[in-house]
Design a protein around this ligand. Structure first.
Ligand code: ZN
Length: 338
């Protein structure tokens, strides 16, 4: 860790000295519960005495606040801002729409800690436009007509956009966790591989959506719609939060496959993954009779994907990193990877 060097008055040395900031763990007890969090402390570089330096207290407070929210599953201030942005509501209208007092959200944005119950309402609203819609309808008369309409419009757009299964949402959220940066093109191919390998290993689909044999390889129409404005850039957006499904988890099998595919395929660009799928039977067969640039919405049947990846499993250990990595190296035409 690179320590930042600064100058301040050391009471031991009785003069201005250079000090070093170090990460330290601190504990704080609230209502008989202990919270351990990482913060910074300043030490004199001459005598080693711990120094009182401006700004450190604020830093510690913020670090504790974050740790407390993590441990107690309380919504972050950033996520409350996302809520305003997603549903096109200012602080006061959002507060009213959620069924809170008019200035409650304003206080939260200033740092006040929400109760667990209020935090749960906000978290649910953040991951579910349908839930937000219920809240808006229930609190409609507290909101101005134009505010209400504007927010309902945002809800309906998000509902159209996120018309995907919970399993697909959780799968994408898990891919985002595993892979640092991902473009829409790469995400599409990863979902295809995840579904195919899941079908081959466990004889059942991970999510119900059907894959299409598009020009640039297998693609999910629903996912295209969600991410089309990102084009070839890495995905980064407030709408990320809508992939979180509260109180529901992916199966261990699903997590295992996503982990494997992310580790082995996630290092390749969308273009490389596309070229691999172009060599595979499911996409090729679905496009028989079409030329290279001919658009198509033909479905790649799950049964065909399953058969293909089961056959692949005869030649490669697809439930191991080594086997999957070897497969993609062979298909991408890389004999050596360093
Ligand atoms: Zn000193």
């Amino acid at each position: 860790m690179a320590d930042i060097k600064r100058i301040d008055f050391c009471i031991e040395c009785r003069k201005d000295t250079e000090y070093i900031l170090k990460k330290i763990m601190q504990k704080r007890t609230v209502k008989d519960k202990e919270y351990e969090y990482e913060t910074l402390a300043a030490y004199c570089s001459k005598c080693g005495n711990e120094m009182n330096v401006p700004g450190l207290l604020d830093y510690a407070l913020k670090a504790f606040d974050e740790q407390y929210r993590r441990q107690e599953d309380i919504i972050s201030i950033d996520d409350i801002k996302k809520l305003m942005d997603l549903y096109h509501l200012g602080k006061a209208p959002l507060s009213l729409a959620l069924g809170f007092g008019e200035i409650t959200v304003t206080r939260y944005l200033e740092g006040q800690m929400p109760t667990k119950a209020y935090s749960d309402i906000m978290k649910e609203a953040l991951s579910s436009p349908g839930y937000m819609e219920e809240l808006l309808i229930a609190n409609a008369e507290k909101l101005g007509n134009s505010t209400y309409k504007k927010s309902m419009k945002a809800v309906s757009n998000l509902k159209d956009l996120f018309n995907i299964s919970d399993e697909m949402r959780m799968a994408i959220a898990h891919v985002f966790n595993e892979v640092q940066e991902i473009t829409p093109l790469a995400l599409q191919k990863m979902l295809y591989f995840i579904q195919g390998i899941h079908l081959a290993l466990f004889n059942e689909e991970l999510f119900k959506e059907d894959c299409r044999a598009w020009i640039h390889g297998p693609a999910y129409r629903e996912i295209y719609n969600i991410f089309k404005d990102f084009k070839y850039n890495p995905i980064e957006d407030n709408r990320f939060s809508l992939f979180t499904v509260r109180n529901k988890e992916l199966s261990p099998d699903g997590k295992k496959v996503i982990g494997l595919v992310s580790d082995c395929f996630g290092i390749y660009s969308g273009k490389v993954l596309e070229s691999v799928t172009h060599k595979e039977k499911p996409w090729r067969d679905a496009r028989i009779g079409l030329n290279e640039t001919e658009p198509s919405n033909r479905i790649i049947p799950k049964a065909i994907m399953k058969a293909y990846f089961k056959d692949m499993a005869m030649h490669y250990d697809i439930d191991t990193e080594e086997g999957l990595s070897q497969y993609i190296r062979d298909k991408a035409g890389f004999t050596e990877v360093r």
